[in-house]
Design a protein around this ligand. Structure first.
Ligand code: C2E
Ligand code: MG
Ligand code: MG
Length: 575
């Protein structure tokens, strides 16, 4: 065992002095009049003044002329604490010689050696810790993408306002419509960039009376207003909606070659009208938001009692639709003729679903098609329609009319595992050839990029079925779909036809579509022709097929058959 040698007092003092010199914290010694006697190396480094400069100078003197009121108060505090208890500590923000603000923890101790009084001060630089703490607080309270306060902060600010405010407090919940579709179209970077531009546009509006603009995540936002009359906020919300009339452009790195238009659904509730408790008001704003979304979005709804009734109504609609899709006879196809614009002959029909509702009578798709999609009943509807259409084709075949029928399909239907087998077995069962069946897919449903859509469309095409892109021009990425999917027909949406005879822009757009279709070896059908003039303009432009009320509205199978009988009557042959 080695021998233990105690340290001498002189060595101990030298060691401690050395330690003091090398210590990370800034240490300084003051006399009983708070004048500098000595400082260590860290002090010189952190504060920026050399020991030789400080010697004999009073504490704080080096920055005396720059001391703020707070700093002067701290100095006074130090003096009085040291006098009374001989110890002082504080978290303090102070400038160094170079004007940098340091977050510090400082202590002062009174130490007596014999009759002489000294004060030992220590300054610990807490800047890194404070920064970490601030970052953690930021992570907990702010959305990382947008930097906006998160749900937690929004709730706490709302509840504070509800306690304190003598005015009306308005809670606004806001979602971006079809966000999931936009996300799958733009990809994660693109959609983040969209959200950031959206937030910066809202901020730029500098809305009056806005107390908090919060991001709950994804497309989910909330705004809190306080004002003397909730009606004042109506105008602010209109401004917000108008903001979306201009398209959003996405970062160049992530951009698809298209402008993005996004719309918003907004639900509002307010204190005192709708309640005085946070949860109640928030629930009501959310109910109003949900209601707007169910109605197709792009609107503002202030909570009212009718919303509760409508919610109950939509539950009933779902139950009725489930019943209708599992029984026969409630969904029936109406047929709208499609014409060859040159010869004037019917070339086929589009089957449009009608719901023979047991109580409400015959309903158009606008009343239920969104609910069908929302409740994932599209495949059931398609099956019912496809069977009746196959039967109709077979009947016409027996009458000697070789026609085709277009059936509308939502892209979600294609991803059903039985879709292809069901269609091909119908063709065999009813002995109809594949070219007699056309399938129309809307642009809006393609945006969701359901699995398999491309594969299923190619399989159907291989089988001989024609595929059409419906409502062309109304979606987000019309041109990219033409490149991506194997369409035979483009159906130009009626919104481009309505003013084609008078509006040069509409005319130019349709002309461009016709040229594009030639280049891509696709056929064009113009939808929604309502006047002879529209037909003439389209004909002169070289559009071959058309459909619309001017030719004929959707009709029952019997009326459609009668139209064919007329067309094929011996002395009524088209030219
Ligand atoms: P769509 O496939 O674009 O069908 C054209 C719609 O425009 C039909 O409305 C038709 O009645 C209407 N229309 C036709 N010509 C004119 C015209 O000259 N002027 C005006 N203003 N309208 C015209 P409908 O029957 O109410 O169908 C609406 C939409 O519902 C359809 O639009 C289609 O997207 C969807 N739909 C219809 N049947 C089915 C179906 O069986 N399955 C699916 N998934 N969707 C369907
Ligand atoms: Mg259609
Ligand atoms: Mg259409």
């Amino acid at each position: 065992m080695s021998t233990f040698t105690p340290i001498s007092i002189a060595d101990k003092q030298k060691l401690l002095a050395e330690l003091c010199e090398q210590f990370d914290d800034a240490i300084f010694i003051l006399d009983d009049n708070l004048r500098y006697l000595s400082v260590n190396a860290s002090y010189e480094l952190i504060i920026g003044y050399s020991e030789s400069f400080l010697l004999g100078r009073p504490l704080g003197i080096y920055a005396a002329e720059f001391l703020s009121e707070d700093e002067r108060a701290v100095l006074a505090d130090i003096t009085s604490n040291l006098d009374s208890s001989g110890f002082y500590e504080n978290d303090f923000r102070m400038p160094n010689r170079y004007g940098e603000m340091l977050d510090c923890y400082i202590t002062y101790r009174e130490i007596k050696m014999g009759t002489t009084l000294y004060y030992i001060g220590m300054v610990r630089d807490m800047s890194a810790v404070v920064k970490d703490r601030k970052q953690v607080a930021h992570l907990l309270n702010y959305d990382q993408l947008t930097g906006l306060p998160n749900r937690k902060v929004f709730l706490s600010q709302t509840s504070d306002l509800l306690l304190d405010s003598y005015q009306e407090v308005i809670i606004v919940r806001l979602n971006i419509d079809r966000y999931r579709s936009l996300a799958s179209l733009l990809g994660p970077d693109g959609v983040n960039s969209l959200i950031k531009s959206f937030v910066s546009r809202v901020k730029d509006l500098k809305l009056d009376c806005l107390r908090c603009f919060s991001h709950f995540g994804g497309d989910d936002f909330a705004l809190l207003f306080e004002c003397s009359d909730a009606n004042m906020v109506r105008h602010q919300l209109d401004t917000l909606m108008q903001m979306c009339e201009r398209p959003f452009s996405i970062d160049e790195n992530t951009a698809k070659d298209t402008n993005i238009y996004c719309h918003m659904s907004v639900g509002v509730s307010y204190f005192p009208e709708d309640g005085n408790e946070l949860t109640e008001l928030l629930t009501k704003a959310e109910k109003a938001l949900h209601y707007v979304k169910q109605q197709g979005g792009d609107d503002i709804c202030w909570y009212n009692l009718a919303i509760d009734e409508a919610t109950a109504g939509s539950l009933q609609l779902e139950a009725e639709l489930r019943e209708a899709t599992s029984t026969k006879g409630q969904f029936i196809p109406y047929y709208q003729p499609k014409f060859d614009l040159v010869s004037g002959a019917i070339t086929g029909f589009e089957a449009l679903v009608r719901w023979q509702h047991p109580i409400r009578g015959l309903l158009n798709p606008v009343h239920f098609i969104n609910a069908i999609i929302t409740h994932k009943l599209s495949f059931e509807l398609f099956s019912q329609m496809a069977i009746q259409i196959a039967e109709q084709l077979s009947i016409w075949q027996q009458l000697g009319f070789c026609q085709h029928i277009c059936i509308n399909a939502d892209a979600a239907e294609f991803s059903h595992p039985d879709f292809f087998d069901m269609v091909s077995s119908l063709l065999t069962q009813y002995n109809i050839s594949a070219h007699q069946l056309h399938i129309e897919v809307t642009e809006s449903s393609l945006i969701q990029r359901h699995d398999n859509v491309k594969k299923q469309l190619s399989l159907l095409k291989e089988l001989g079925i024609c595929i059409a892109l419906d409502d062309f021009g109304t979606g987000y990425a019309s041109l990219s779909y033409l490149q991506e999917y194997p369409f035979d027909f483009i159906k130009v949406d009626k919104s481009f036809i309505s003013n084609i005879a008078t509006d040069q822009t509409q005319y130019a757009i349709v002309k461009a579509i016709l040229d594009l279709a030639v280049a891509l070896n696709m056929q064009v059908v113009a939808e929604g022709i309502e006047t002879e003039r529209q037909r003439d303009v389209l004909l002169a432009m070289g559009c071959q097929y058309g459909q619309g009320y001017w030719f004929g509205k959707p009709v029952t199978a019997d009326v459609a058959t009668e139209m064919l009988v007329q067309q094929y009557a011996p002395d009524n042959k088209p030219n």
